[in-house]
Unconditional design. Structure first.
Lengths: 223, 388
């Protein structure tokens, strides 16, 4: 199979205007991926599926990933003046990379028995309602998996035929797989709350004045 | 008894377009989560015109335990028992898929004996899974559990093997990164050999029940035809894909484990209907028996665990990996992103049953309600995997 550089070059040639980067994968697995820009993602995906040398007709896995804001330390060569001379010195800089949501597609070819070619699409930020193009029209196997990413991460896939929650119930509000997901404070369902759970549960209990006027009696006794 | 699969003439089914007396009124039925035939808590909203299915939307998530989030909060090794509970019929293959992915992530070598043991246990798992599937499918068709009990009789023998080896019938938690947890002694090997030698008689028995049975033929032939193009596009894998005639088996394509050392064939179907999917399982059982015979003969002595493998505080290097195996249900893959810590940053299961359900609507349209149960049975879903 061709290397990722060759695939990237041919895809950029076939889809004018597409910006594809190769995302490094530092570990020993050596599974590098292509980062496609959202505008041309559909065209690039169609090229990957249709191109006779690649024929990536099998989309095996669609994954959502939640990247929080990260600070990456980098060593940069900086020209500094030391002892009256200009020298190049290594300096540690911190780069803040804002967080984003990502959809990763693992593509294989059943015709040529090759693969995987991994493509990624990133949203601009982690805000609710971030949008990515849906690749369901290219690979039908993305249908349920993109629904699952919508359900669990909150990425809206534009062009998906039936985007609604798949694993959580329809009225559920949050997106469970996000890194900042907080479990609901719904302790009403706890049958016998006690200790700190009882304290939190009391916030959800409606105030229940006693209907027989008994609280007035206790006040009279106390007072 | 020699097993010759006779080619039988497919029975012509009457056309399924009935003129509806309801004048096109669609009745929506929820074939609800609690149903003896739905293979777990699985719901289908069907819109029926008389008996014909016009729309079908599967609804699931009743068994969603957010296994992927648990994977992020627990260490790599701590997730291993959770993988047993994904496809709870086939815990050994789930374990192997996860161990394979982590071994890819951290480049861990597995000794020879451990690889052979993994193949043996995976093929035993495949045998008992396919046998159970035939049993369940026939029960769905109204055979009231007798073929299922025949299948379970064989399955119990295999589960006894698993129990004596790993301590548990179904939730084995047996594979480790770099090998296996417990070694199999010579008497375990003897018992396994005996079971494998006797298994073809059970396959013959099941085939005689299934292949020539006119009820099965009438109910499954030309029902739920899946074309190869749709199957590939929808990401269908496993016996369901090979029933459409597509020659794609991860054991042959990737050649993971020591599968390239064994001679086995890949059965392929012709029509892609339910009958072919059924026959796939029966034929694959025979191939599995062949692999098992070779593996049990060739298994060498030696260590079962990589001695250089650090088990406690295992931190794989930063990076990501996708590892996949041919589980009995299809291609089971694990996608792991590591940030250098003890827990994965992202832990994703590629569930074959979930993705095989993509085409359920296409298969069932135009068929009757009775066919829907048969088609669903042939897809072979397990809710633990669909919902995770």
């Amino acid at each position: 199979m061709e290397t990722l550089d060759q695939i990237k070059a041919r895809a950029e040639a076939a889809v004018p205007g597409a910006k594809i980067d190769i995302v490094p994968n530092p570990g020993p697995a050596q599974q590098l991926s292509l980062l496609i820009d959202n505008e041309h993602a559909l065209a690039v995906a169609r090229f990957l599926r249709v191109d006779p040398a690649l024929r990536l007709d099998f989309c095996s896995n669609v994954t959502g990933v939640d990247w929080l804001d990260r600070t990456v330390k980098k060593t940069v060569k900086v020209k500094k003046i030391l002892d009256g001379e200009e020298k190049e010195v290594d300096e540690m800089t911190e780069e803040k990379i804002p967080g984003y949501l990502e959809a990763v597609y693992h593509l294989y070819s059943m015709t040529h028995k090759q693969g995987p070619v991994i493509i990624r699409m990133r949203t601009t930020d982690r805000a609710a309602g971030s949008r990515l193009p849906s690749l369901t029209s290219i690979w039908r196997s993305a249908e349920f998996q993109e629904r699952e990413i919508f359900d669990l991460y909150g990425i809206r896939f534009e062009g998906h035929p039936d985007l609604r929650r798949i694993l959580m119930w329809d009225e559920f509000v949050d997106h469970p797989m996000r890194k900042d997901y907080r479990e609901p404070d719904d302790y009403e369902y706890e049958p016998t709350p006690h200790d700190d759970v009882l304290e939190r549960a009391k916030q959800h209990y409606a105030s229940r004045p006693q209907l027989d006027g008994a609280e007035k009696i206790t006040d009279a006794v106390k007072g | 008894m020699t097993a010759t699969i006779q080619t039988l003439e497919p029975i012509e089914r009457p056309p399924t377009t009935m003129g509806s007396r309801l004048e096109g009124e669609l009745m929506e039925v929820s074939m609800g989560p609690q149903h003896p035939s739905t293979h777990g808590v699985f719901r289908m909203n069907v819109a029926l015109e008389g008996e014909i299915v016009r729309k079908l939307k599967p609804v699931f998530g009743y068994l969603h335990r957010n296994h992927e989030k648990i994977g992020e909060t627990v260490s790599y090794l701590g997730s291993m028992p959770y993988t047993d509970r994904l496809d709870y019929f086939c815990s050994m293959t789930n374990n192997w898929a996860y161990a394979l992915s982590v071994e890819k992530l951290a480049e861990i070598e597995v000794p020879e004996r451990a690889q052979y043991l993994r193949v043996i246990l995976a093929e035993l798992t495949r045998l008992q899974n396919h046998a159970s599937l035939l049993g369940f499918l026939l029960s769905d068709m109204g055979a009231w559990g007798t073929p299922l009990m025949y299948a379970f009789r064989e399955r119990e023998k295999i589960l006894d093997l698993f129990e004596s080896l790993s301590g548990s019938r179904m939730m084995c938690d047996y594979m480790r990164f770099g090998g296996c947890r417990v070694d199999a002694g010579p008497d375990w090997m003897e018992r396994a050999k005996k079971i494998v030698d006797l298994f073809p008689r059970f396959i013959d028995e099941m085939e005689n029940l299934v292949v020539g049975n006119e009820i099965v033929i009438a109910r499954t032939q030309n029902v739920g035809k899946l074309s190869a193009e749709l199957a590939i596009n929808a990401g269908i894998t496993g016996p369901m894909l090979r029933a459409c005639g597509v020659n794609y088996d991860v054991r042959k394509v990737d050649g993971y484990g020591f599968y390239p050392r064994f001679k086995f064939r890949i059965p392929l179907g012709e029509h892609g209907d339910t009958y072919d999917r059924l026959m796939m399982r029966a034929l694959e059982m025979r191939e599995s028996v062949g692999i098992l015979k070779q593996a049990l003969e060739q298994v060498p002595a030696g260590p079962i665990m990589n001695p250089k493998m650090k088990i406690r505080a295992f931190r794989p290097p930063v990076g990501e990996a996708y590892g996949r195996i041919e589980a009995p249900k299809g291609e089971l893959g694990f996608y792991l992103i590591s940030d250098g810590g003890t827990n994965p940053y992202r832990y994703r299961v590629r569930p074959p049953s979930f993705i095989n359900l993509t085409v359920l609507e296409d298969l069932c349209l135009g068929h009757t309600v009775a066919d829907v149960m048969v088609i669903l049975g042939s897809v072979d879903i397990v809710m633990g995997e669909v919902d995770r």
